[in-house]
Design a protein around this ligand. Sequence first.
Ligand SMILES: [Zn+2]
Length: 140
Amino acid sequence: MGFRIFSATAEQIAVHAAGEHPGEACGLLLGTDGRVDRAVAARNVAADPLQAFEIDPALLLRCHREARGGGPAIVGCYHSHPSGRPTPSAADAARVAEWGWLWLIATGAGLHGFMTVPDGPIAGRFAAVDLIILPPDADE
Ligand SMILES: [Zn+2]
């Protein structure tokens, strides 16, 4: 399965990740089934943002409220791995709260996509998904 994301959004995540280095950047992904339309940068409120991420719960609440009011759905989240590790960690698996979410992990090498699935092959919680980067002029 694949997930589509606009190149400008992918670039925005990469810039956010670079700006937080050596800490972890994180944020929410808004969109529709199979497509990310927007990334919303979050404050990383983890006790140790160099080792972990925790999306500001106030942002999560606001996005859930907007989605219920007819705004874009939350389709997933992103965070960076300053170490360059391209796959979810055991700590990431422990943080999974929703099935069917797209998790994007940003490293210096690019974006890596995973879907949260029960009994997934990666850390017991994730399956890899193909990311399809849409050019800026994609008519979607
Ligand atoms: Zn992680």
